[in-house]
Design a protein around this ligand. Structure first.
Ligand SMILES: Cc1cc2nc3c(=O)[nH]c(=O)nc-3n(C[C@H](O)[C@H](O)[C@H](O)COP(=O)(O)OP(=O)(O)OC[C@H]3O[C@@H](n4cnc5c(N)ncnc54)[C@H](O)[C@@H]3O)c2cc1C
Length: 397
């Protein structure tokens, strides 16, 4: 078995793992990143696209802000529509902050390029990743690549391997509490090289179910509709999907929808999940490895970046100033922000979706709540604060 050595072994080269590796590099901390997929596969995964201002600041600090600054679209608001009425949530007017539309694919490409430019050690197409001795002072990670077995000895392991990765499974059942809600619907998404129907995102509640009109740029649109859980994407021809998008957005918005062939089309399940043990010994979880939010609040990628900026600060203090406070506080501080963000994502999901079992009373409550939001600046401000992104606490106390 070939031996490797580093300060932090990072499992997963999604946004969380890549960003952590880059931030650690900038403060002189070594890391090795392990990824089971190929680089083109990771760079091509179409996922999130709305970045909080705090996320953009962290990415800029990480040295990957140049293209984001040039190509990202700054949005000062978004709209919620229901019952033929539309309410613009004026993020900038209400909170002084904005969001930036820039695809996760582009964030990933920028981070990959930065790690490559710095000769960062990334291993793609690895298999049999196993974590060892995480409760000791000398943890290690073993993996196979090209038929050769390797062992990384390290001071810490960062589990950035998403919801299905092996890291969270290492934490014994009795040392973690997992909270989960699986919703009775998924999101069917289409990406197409057509101009968006609106300059800002539109979240639509309709009698036929939820729809989101989003975008990746001025020439690329991203639309989602709520579909039944377990539905097969092959059952949705592009014509059927475009018709349904227009129906749910309502006649005014539908008249601006430009259709075109799908660059990507897929169904994502919708769930809320939190693992309440983001640390176990020398293992720290970050991003989707520890929590999943329904995408209705546009928070998945932003939460991953939040965790990573806490964790990178804590490792910096540990290695460069012999200060353990950040690592000790990491799980508690990160979870406070995670739970508030979970609440927002859950609230937006409950407000805008059609639940299979919802009776007329529940539907009336949704509509009354929307009516309240549409007429209350206080309610709009609360939504704007959450959508623009909650502030980060000082992890070092
Ligand atoms: C289909 C889909 C659509 C989404 N759409 C949106 C959206 O519209 N808006 C939004 O805000 N969020 C969205 N999200 C959520 C957002 O993309 C995630 O929150 C974000 O990717 C989290 O980053 P991460 O690095 O924590 O995890 P991931 O991006 O999942 O990265 C984890 C990495 O670990 C690797 N890995 C897993 N197991 C192993 C192993 N055994 N060994 C080595 N490597 C491993 C994976 O291949 C992956 O590259 C979506 C997620 C999915 C899955």
């Amino acid at each position: 078995m070939e031996g490797l050595k580093t300060q932090v072994a990072i499992i997963g080269a999604g946004p969380a793992g890549l960003l952590l590796s880059q931030l650690l590099h900038l403060v002189g901390i070594s890391s090795i990143v392990l990824e089971r997929q190929t680089r083109p596969h990771v760079e091509g995964r179409v996922r999130a696209g709305v970045l909080e201002q705090g996320t953009v600041e962290v990415l800029t600090r990480a040295g990957v802000g140049a293209r984001l600054e040039n190509e990202g679209q700054r949005h000062s608001g978004f709209s919620i529509s229901a019952n033929s009425k539309t309410c613009r949530i004026a993020l900038e007017d209400l909170t002084g902050r904005h969001v930036t539309v820039y695809g996760q694919t582009e964030v990933t490409k920028d981070l990959m390029a930065a790690r490559a430019a710095a000769d960062g050690e990334l291993h793609f197409e690895v298999s049999n990743v196993e974590l060892h001795d995480v409760e000791s002072d000398a943890p290690s990670v073993t993996f196979s690549k090209g038929g050769v077995s390797h062992r990384i000895t390290c001071s810490f392991i960062a589990g950035c391997d998403g919801f299905h990765g092996p890291s969270r499974q290492v934490i014994p059942r009795e040392r973690k509490l997992e909270h989960e809600r699986v919703y009775p619907f998924g999101w069917l998404g289409i990406l197409a090289d057509v101009p968006p129907c609106d300059e800002e995102l539109v979240y639509a509640r309709s009698a036929y179910g939820f729809a989101l009109a989003s975008m990746r740029s001025a020439t690329q649109s991203r639309y989602y509709i709520q579909c039944r859980a377990g539905e097969n994407v092959a059952d949705w021809s592009e014509d059927r999907l475009w018709d349904e998008i227009r129906r749910r957005l309502g006649p005014d918005m539908a008249s601006h929808v430009v259709t075109g062939p799908a660059v990507e089309k897929g169904i994502a399940p919708i769930r809320s999940f939190v693992c309440e043990a983001m640390q176990h010994g020398r293992l720290f979880l970050a991003g989707d490895a520890a929590h999943i939010v329904p995408p209705t609040g546009a928070k998945g990628l932003n939460l991953a970046v939040g965790d990573v900026q806490y964790l990178a600060t804590a490792f910096d203090a540990y290695f460069n100033a012999s200060n353990e406070a950040g690592l000790k506080r990491y799980a508690d501080v990160a979870l406070q922000r995670i739970w508030k963000t979970q609440r927002f994502s859950w609230m937006m999901t409950n407000l805008l979706h059609d639940f299979d079992d919802s009776d007329s009373f529940t539907q009336r409550m949704q509509l009354a709540e929307l009516d309240d939001i549409f007429s209350s600046t206080a309610k709009q401000t609360a939504i704007a604060e959450n959508y623009a992104g909650l502030p980060y606490d000082n992890i070092l106390g």
